[in-house]
Design a protein around this ligand. Sequence first.
Ligand code: NAI
Length: 331
Amino acid sequence: MKTITMINGDGIGPEISDAVMKIIDASGADIEWEIQTAGEGVIETEGTPLPERVISSIKKNKIALKAPVTTPIGKGFRSVNVQLRKSLDLYANLRPCKNLPSVKTRFDNVDLVIVRENTEDLYAGIERKVSEDRAESIKVITRSASERICRFAFDYAVKNNRREVCVVTKANIMKFSDGLFLDSYRTVAKDYPEIAQREILVDNLCMQLVQNPEKFDVLVLPNLYGDIVSDLAAGLIGGLGVAQGANIGVECAVFEPVHGSAPDIKGQNKANPTALLLSGIEMLRYIDKCDCADKIESALFETLRSDVKTADLGGSATTTEFRDAVIKNLV
Ligand code: NAI
């Protein structure tokens, strides 16, 4: 039995995490869930949306599955997601984006993996207001963080039988910062002769992604471009309800959907658990429970093919009906 921390979140978090735990349990994955509450619901009793016990649980178990957590606006709390990434040094943001059966999109041949550096770039938070009319942000790129994320991308490609890792920068303009990221990629790439290499500028990539997304495989990007391009890629496969993600570090990994806590549909049994379920499937693969992962993925695809879908995908199934249909399709 493997113990996993489950952060069941707030908003639609508890509904979708309940559905996903039941599906994973029904697959025979033999997971013991250590449920950790976080977010708005615990602020009053514990004084913070991210109590230390949550971090300790992840540090102990090494792996967490996380439902979305609301970031209270204007109450002085830092985002739970940013805090988690910082305190666990989750340096790699992984976003596989692949078409799902019966989910209508403009393309039917998208199979991309976005690897985004999670710790530096313009998100290092070094900003200043020089005057009322001038503000400055510093873009931090280091060789160590850039080589680490590029190595992560190549290792992922090898482990998952991908053919190419393409680096995305604007090194023609930001010659020092993006230039260093590109140079780090070239250094690391020498160790992976079996994986095809490609270099592209981020503006050109965006245009090509919305025309021919099938031409790309694994993409590795600095933080800001990664943030933007991964949402673009989520749009290519059907949007928020189906976009999965993971934040991975040396010691710990947190698997989570891209979407937020959807307060507008909270408690209505309407939320689509697919993105969290796909994150759970990726988590099972990460802990080498590939058989169960494959089984759940087939059941999910079968469910979508048989047109059982939640409202966000144009269907009429409730969260619990969708959950039960996936469980029924597990073989
Ligand atoms: P959101 O992703 O929660 O919702 C945007 C729209 O998509 C809403 O109409 C919502 O109903 C719909 N939606 C999202 N997920 C869905 C699902 N699984 N099934 C069906 N419909 C779904 O984004 P929003 O409203 O900007 O953020 C709400 C809260 O979530 C904020 O406090 C934000 O800070 C937080 N958030 C948390 C994240 C996390 O924990 N990783 C990520 C993004 C936002």
